[in-house]
Ligand binder design. Structure first.
Ligand code: ATP
Ligand code: MG
Length: 606
């Protein structure tokens, strides 16, 4: 079906006045200093995320407003801002009584249970740095991260501890305390651990937040591991300004919203936007403990009256795969805004939202390193399906090219240069012409920018060229200032003199009614450098066959032209993905070529 290139918004699309109504004027008037003034700051000076997210509301008019509605496996639990303040105070007191100080690291390894949220916010109050892990991680990724981050405390459940941590406890020399939550609600008595619920019951519920400064560390977040070994990105309390501004402009949060971020806190989205940003705006957040299930998700959207929904392309593709009939069992009169992050959002998915849920999906772009949303489609923007939107107020984004003389040296040259003490400086120049591909860069200095990669100063340094932070993603900007994702620098395919972004090929394949998802790689070829190869999984009701393969090859050639269309297509039941839901093209490639798979610690086991 041919669809228009732009989804134009009218007043009828905006059920509440948008926070970002006039893009140019808001950008022009914006300053981070003004955002700072919106924040309370600690009473005696300094800045602390938990104070902004919890205390401000607990001591004000929203103290009885529901902060979190936890949809547990067996029960529903509402926690107000006032209660959240007392619970997080108790947790902070536990840390203090255990002698865990400011700057020490606490790891959380649990499902989306209330204790996870309490531990994260309570740690901020104590000045303790939090590192969230996916509860599905096996012993090895847990040990690697805990040791790399010198974890002093681990919060987990009795079952996860028994299954994954007990056997590696001897390999975790920095770990002093393990706080366990009994999954059956009963006290736990495992040697070498403490029962968190008992400690919570005994702790005092008043606590004075440890004075933290804007530049004190708050979070250590590992990247998704899509392109290689995950990197530990270090963030500071100052990041709260970005969370506030993006919660306002990109997610358009309003005080009466019921907001649902489907991401797990093991992924940065689940922390920045599953915990911090909604609390800053005093809204009610839905937290679902269960894993993805299409029927359940539609029920939650309808029954919980979700008004703002933040999810990911992988989830949307799974909903599309499950078919529209399930969605149509419910009505969603409260839903007014849907946003997505994590991977390129195929135009097909944007339109699916409009056709099935009555609202287009608004793509936005950011990274673990950026700490918050940088480029977005907001409610008032016309959407160009396939574009990730425009830079938010306070963010300057550009497409840059590396200057010839400032070209990043190859590894051996770099080693020599370093030895000689003459590291050449990397230089880049912004590209002014529209629709030109280059590296997506951000003017350094926004508040939530990473402050380093843990134990990897070298890699951190390589993220910057002069004033610019280099994202490692390739993109282009059109004449209207919209940014278009092309591919990760590592994933771009070079075929017969063309540079081909996998996203374009994947999106074209997804327009075929049989295709649920597609992952595209370059396969080395003597004649043309690389040939485009696609891996495809099919929607319910379609069978893999040679006929279908030919049909898809033909469909892609028609859409993309022979130079860009895939030459080969393989069918897979599902594509390998990270725990944050990203297609792992490097794994498709390694498997295709029989090469080592590299770091698979974040691979979701299917
Ligand atoms: P690693 O750095 O370990 O390889 P990762 O880059 O996937 O993993 P994240 O920080 O979770 O780790 O993801 C950020 C990346 O996700 C971006 O650099 C980009 O490639 C991709 N991404 C995020 N949002 C979008 C989007 N809206 N469109 C296209 N790509 C996106
Ligand atoms: Mg990355």
């Amino acid at each position: 079906m041919e669809r228009p290139a732009i989804i134009r918004k009218t007043a009828a699309d905006l059920r509440v006045p948008p926070n970002l109504a006039d893009y140019a004027a808001t950008r022009a008037a914006f300053s981070w200093a003004a955002v700072q003034a919106e924040l309370a700051g600690l009473p005696g000076g300094g800045l602390n995320i938990a104070h902004e997210a919890v205390e401000r509301h607990a001591q004000g008019a929203r103290r009885d407003h529901v902060a979190f509605r936890f949809l547990g496996r067996n029960a529903l639990q509402d926690v107000s801002y006032g209660e959240l303040s007392r619970l997080t105070n108790r947790f902070a007191n536990i840390l203090r009584s255990l002698g865990v100080g400011k700057g020490e690291r606490l790891f959380v390894l649990c499902g989306r249970i209330p204790e996870l949220y309490i531990a994260v916010l309570g740690s901020f109050k104590n000045g303790t740095v939090v590192s969230p892990l996916f509860s599905a991680f096996g012993p090895e990724p847990i040990a690697t991260r805990l040791n790399l981050g010198e974890g002093a405390v681990l919060v987990t459940t009795d079952l996860l501890y028994a299954r994954k941590v007990a056997k590696i406890r001897g390999e975790l020399p920095t770990l002093r305390h393990v706080l366990l939550v009994g999954e059956d609600g009963q006290p736990t008595e495992i040697p070498g651990t403490l029962d968190l619920r008992r400690l919570m019951a005994e702790a005092s519920d008043s606590f004075d937040i440890v004075p933290t400064t804007a530049e004190d560390l708050s979070l250590l977040h590992f990247t998704s591991g899509t392109t290689g070994t995950p990197k530990g990105a270090m963030h500071v309390h100052a990041a709260v300004a970005t969370h506030w501004a993006t919660g306002k402009y990109a997610l358009d949060l309003h005080p009466q919203d019921i907001y649902w971020c489907t991401a797990d806190p093991g992924w940065v989205t689940g922390t920045s936007y599953g915990i911090i940003a909604p609390l800053l705006h005093g809204v009610t957040s839905i937290v679902d403990e269960a894993d993805f299930d299409a029927e359940r998700w539609y029920r939650i959207l309808a029954e919980q009256k979700v008004s703002v929904w933040y999810t990911a392309p992988t989830a949307i593709r799974m909903l599309m795969k499950a078919g529209a009939e399930i969605a149509r069992k419910h009505a969603y009169p409260h839903l007014r805004f849907i946003a997505s992050v994590g991977e390129p959002l195929n135009p097909e998915a944007v339109w699916w939202g409009k056709e099935v849920l009555g609202l287009p999906i608004h793509d936005n772009w950011w990274q673990t390193e950026t700490g918050g949303i940088m480029i977005a489609n907001t409610p008032a923007f016309d959407i160009k399906p396939g574009s990730m939107g425009r830079p938010l107020p306070g963010i300057e984004a550009a497409i840059v090219k590396r200057d010839a003389e400032g070209k990043r040296p190859c590894v051996s040259e770099e080693a020599n240069a370093r030895e000689a003490g003459v590291m050449p400086e990397l230089k880049v120049s912004p590209v002014d012409t529209a629709d030109t591909e280059g590296e997506l860069a951000l003017k350094a200095g926004w508040p939530s920018m990473l402050r380093g990669y843990l134990h990897n100063e070298e890699r951190y340094r390589k993220c910057f060229a002069g004033d610019w932070y280099l994202s490692g993603d390739l993109a282009k900007r059109d004449a209207d200032g919209y940014f278009w994702f092309v591919g990760r620098a590592d994933d771009v395919i070079k075929s017969a003199g063309h540079l081909i972004g996998p996203f374009e090929v994947e999106s074209a394949l997804m327009e075929h009614p049989a295709v649920a998802e597609a992952g595209v790689i370059g396969k080395p070829d003597e004649m043309v450098g690389e040939v485009v190869k696609a891996f495809v999984s099919l929607k319910k009701g379609f069978e893999a066959s040679d006929t279908l393969r030919q049909e898809l090859l033909g469909h892609a050639r028609k859409k993309l032209g022979a130079a860009v269309a895939p030459k080969e297509i393989d069918f897979l039941p599902t594509l390998p993905r990270t725990r944050s839901g990203k297609i792992m093209r490097r794994l498709l490639k390694a498997r295709e070529l029989g090469l080592p798979e590299g770091d698979t610690s974040t691979l979701e086991s299917s």
